[in-house]
Design a protein around this ligand. Structure first.
Ligand code: FES
Ligand SMILES: [Fe+2]
Length: 365
């Protein structure tokens, strides 16, 4: 595998080599180098609303496949634990339920709701037992609104990924947004996960691909702000279109914002509209298969069918169509990489630079 390189000067840079999308070895390596080190959506506070509730979660199913468990202990403490019994590796909790303690069905090992080992039958003779290793591994949790995130190998604190977003939209009552399963949906796309993300990361294609959205958004005032591990695309509404009622405390006061499109590396999108929030989680399934979940959290139902966030499904169909064409295009022997628009593709350049940075960690130049 060659070293992935992205020139920090966008005017000189070439886009990511197509090897990254086409070679299975990169996808495999990205599990540890990108996905395990970053923060991933693991669930919602409502899944562990009351003391004693536990909910199993398969983190990035079909990719990382890490069996985890969200639990709320008797004192109300929230935990993200490994869902694998420390005896012989059975999966412990199979479905969401309320428990006094966690008991493995295979040979009866018991754990507290905070993951601490409690008891084990037929183990009296075992020496140096129990030890720390017999507790369920506990993972870090980060909370944003009702949303919970964890990292399998947290080397960079969650605030480094989320702070710019949480500060910027701090005036919105995100804790009160209500999850609407009937408005949420999953999409399966025949394309590499990174192709889906990099399409999201530029508004350059809006006039060409999204005629409906283009009639609502003021393309000339569309802007992208880059942060360390995240970025923001600010969609400004045309005069007659729905926009946020922004308070004076916000740096955006006075702007006619139609949508805040935050992206958090590597695979999470937080799209704020006057009606609420669409959290889009991009999950790799295979080299050219991706599952994207739109999780819809409503703030003001009366604004649901208006503005830039009125027709998310229609926009998604347009994006999928072009991204699936790109997937076919990058297989060509005549294409290895392209170049960036200096004014319109800073978000995509940022994304590619972060991929190269994470994938090259530990490799000599
Ligand atoms: S695997 Fe859990 S008690 Fe044996
Ligand atoms: Fe798009």
């Amino acid at each position: 595998m060659s070293i992935l390189e992205i020139n920090p000067n966008i005017a000189l840079a070439k886009t990511l080599s197509t090897d990254f999308y086409l070679e299975a070895s990169y996808l495999k390596e990205s599990k540890e180098k990108i996905f395990s080190e970053c923060w991933q959506f693991v669930g919602d506070l409502d899944q562990v609303k009351n003391n004693g509730w536990v909910t199993p979660v398969n983190l990035l199913e079909n990719f990382l496949n890490e069996p985890l468990l969200l639990s709320r202990d008797k004192e109300g403490g929230l935990h993200c634990l490994s869902n694998v019994c420390t005896h012989r590796g059975n999966l412990i909790v199979e479905k969401a339920c309320k428990l006094n303690d966690i008991r493995c069905k295979y040979h009866g090992r018991r754990f507290n709701l905070d993951g601490k080992f409690l008891s084990m039958p037929e183990f009296k003779e075992v020496q140096n037992f129990p030890s720390e290793e017999d507790n369920l591994s506990q993972l870090s949790l980060y909370q944003f609104g009702k949303l919970l995130f964890t990292s399998l190998n947290a080397k960079i604190p969650a605030v480094s990924f989320f702070k710019e977003m949480t500060d910027r939209i701090g005036w919105m009552p995100v804790n009160e947004f209500v999850f609407h399963p009937e408005l949420s949906r999953d999409y399966i796309i025949d394309a590499h996960w990174a192709l889906y993300c990099e399409n999201y990361l530029e508004g350059f294609h809006i006039p060409f691909v999204h005629s409906g959205l283009n009639s609502i958004i003021d393309y000339g005032n569309y802007s992208t702000e880059l942060f360390r591990y995240s970025n923001l695309q600010l969609g400004i509404a045309k005069d007659s279109e729905m926009s946020f009622d922004i308070p004076p405390s916000s740096p955006d006061y006075g702007k006619k914002v139609a949508g805040y499109y935050f992206w958090v590396f590597p695979n999470m999108m937080f799209n704020f509209y006057p009606w609420g929030l669409s959290v889009n989680i991009v999950r790799p399934i295979g080299l050219s298969k991706t599952k994207v979940s739109f999780l819809i959290y409503v703030w003001d139902e009366s604004k649901l069918r208006q503005g830039a966030g009125a027709d998310l499904h229609g926009v998604e169909m347009e994006d999928e169509d072009v991204v699936q064409h790109v997937q076919k295009g990058i297989r060509s022997r005549f294409y290895k990489h392209g170049r960036y628009s200096v004014t319109r593709e800073t978000g995509t350049h940022h994304f590619h630079s972060l991929i190269a940075e994470f994938m090259n960690k530990g490799k000599s130049e």
